[in-house]
Design a protein around this ligand. Structure first.
Ligand SMILES: [Mg+2]
Length: 200
């Protein structure tokens, strides 16, 4: 299989960095468990961009701690022969720091892509699975015939309840939930939920 993996809120708990930037810069509290949508209504779009820019500085990129089990799971998939595309909605200039972070945490991958056209890039690379916390990206992936999976967050519970997306509370759960889909017998093109018509 060809698997694309998002970084923020997928490989590490990005919300702590984003909320800290919002508090420091604008005095706005953004409690994680109250963030029920993708849209951050307490900040203006320019303020969101400023916080994202700050969290994608080299210092903050390198400070991110991966979720428990994330690197081990990706390594297992990579060792099993699956193609790993690391893909993040980050400016191209962030690729250097992101590459150093991936080295630092010891995560194997085949390709890194930082840009704002993630699903288009996944289609170009014939990706079978997108692992991403963004409801928008997951829905776009499904429309493009790419199966979706995610770590659950308050902002993606709706998509987990209503769409054929594989969801788990943590990477240990995601590893187990993905196992049947990534088994050797399922490595034929077209054998994933988005193409096969649904999954629990
Ligand atoms: Mg993300």
């Amino acid at each position: 299989m060809r698997i694309a993996v998002d970084i923020d809120s997928t490989l590490h708990h990005y919300w702590v960095q984003f909320a800290a930037a919002a508090k420091r810069r604008f005095g706005v509290d953004l409690p994680y468990d109250q963030q029920l949508t993708w849209h951050v209504s307490q900040l203006r779009p320019e303020q969101v961009k400023a916080c994202v820019r700050e969290t994608h500085s080299e210092e903050q990129v390198l400070a991110a701690e991966p979720y428990e089990g994330a690197v081990e799971t990706i390594r297992e998939w990579h060792d099993a022969g699956h193609f790993i595309l690391v893909t993040s909605h980050r400016a191209v200039e962030c690729e250097g720091a992101t590459t150093r972070w991936l080295e630092k945490i010891g995560m194997p991958y085949d390709l890194l892509h930082c840009s704002y056209d993630k699903v288009t890039h996944c289609v170009e690379h014939k990706i079978d699975w997108l692992i991403d916390d963004s409801p928008e990206n997951l829905l776009r992936a499904l429309e493009a015939g790419i199966a979706g999976a995610t770590i659950t967050h308050p902002w993606n519970l709706d998509v987990c309840e209503t769409e054929p997306v594989v969801c788990a509370e943590n990477w240990h759960g995601l590893r187990a939930a993905m196992a049947p889909h990534l088994a050797p017998a399922n490595r034929r093109l077209g054998d994933h939920p988005a193409r096969a018509g649904g999954v629990a």
